[in-house]
Design a protein around this ligand. Structure first.
Ligand code: CO8
Length: 258
């Protein structure tokens, strides 16, 4: 069913791997369609707890497919941009956390894809950049917005106007990635983080994600009201009873997503 991506489930973790290594995993229409399908499957599967998104070979994703874009007119370009936005929004709003395991180049649409994920863990060999102005384009998968929100307006403008590539250490320094690891340890480290998240109360993780995503762009009063309401939701759930009882009984909680 999937050709341009690989989609696997092990235990409660979904693995999505962009699989066009000969084209540096460039995002063409087919990859975007398959990502939409995979994340719809993930959202419909109540047994999953975390997603690891990575790229096959030496790139995470080296951007949108330049060859495909070079033939588009402005309406097709707009439609392609809209599809990219749907993918990024579906990942950002996925019911469960999504970890980007950044194994190599994360450029243009690839950097934007990583920014739609909840957490970015990078190989020490990864490279980041928004090189669109080199091509007469602008970041079109919401990079102008997400990059500025993640690293601040000044650094986002510097990266986008100059198109300079930055290395993994610099990406870590500016807060674009949360952790750097040796290349051979990347997936194992992401699995460790995913397993840790999977051991927590799923409803609480989901509500926390909701609050951060929905509150981040709202004013403090609205965001605070959102959190107050979300805080009330888990009261009385089986998992809240289990979590609080386990603490009081000095044992490890076993959550059921109920
Ligand atoms: N699209 C299509 N093909 C690509 C892309 C890409 N983004 N990146 C690499 N490839 C292909 C190359 O053409 C090459 O193909 P072939 O073997 O057939 O010649 C193959 O992948 C291997 O690439 P290189 O030989 O260039 O490998 P290097 O190791 O020398 O260099 C780089 C790797 C640095 C990653 C280099 O390939 C590169 O600079 N790639 C382009 C990076 C780039 O400019 N990305 C931004 C693209 S624009 C974008 O992402 C816009 C997002 C928003 C879209 C909104 C739509 C409206």
């Amino acid at each position: 069913m999937y050709e341009a991506i690989k989609f696997e489930i092990k235990d409660s973790i979904a693995y999505v791997t962009i699989n066009r290594p000969k084209a540096m995993n460039a995002l063409n229409g087919q990859v975007l369609d398959e990502l939409l399908a995979a994340f719809a499957e993930i959202d419909a599967n109540n047994d999953l707890r975390c997603v690891i998104l990575t790229g096959e070979g030496k790139a995470f994703v080296a951007g949108a497919d330049i060859s495909e874009m070079s033939k588009m007119n402005s309406i097709e370009g707009r439609d392609f941009g809209a599809k990219g936005h749907s993918v990024m929004n579906n990942i950002e709003n996925c019911r469960i956390p999504v970890i980007a395991a950044i194994n190599g180049f994360a450029l243009g649409g690839g950097c934007e894809l990583s920014m739609a994920c909840d957490i970015r863990i990078a190989s020490e060999k990864a490279k980041f950049g928004q090189p669109e102005v080199n091509l007469g384009l602008i970041p079109g998968f919401c990079g102008t917005q997400r990059l500025a929100r993640l690293v601040g307006k000044g650094m986002a403008k510097y990266m986008i106007y100059t198109a300079d590539m930055i290395d993994a250490a610099e990406a870590f320094r500016i807060g674009l990635v949360q952790k750097l690891v040796a290349p051979e340890e990347l997936i194992a480290e992401c699995e460790k983080i995913a397993a840790n998240i999977a051991s927590k109360a799923p409803i609480a993780v989901r509500l926390s994600k909701d609050c951060i995503n929905n509150g981040y762009n709202a004013d403090m009063k609205t965001a605070s009201a959102y959190e107050v309401n979300a805080f009330g939701v888990p009261f009385g759930t089986e998992d809240m009873v289990e979590g609080t009882s386990a603490f009081l009984e000095k044992r490890k909680a076993e959550f059921k997503n109920k």
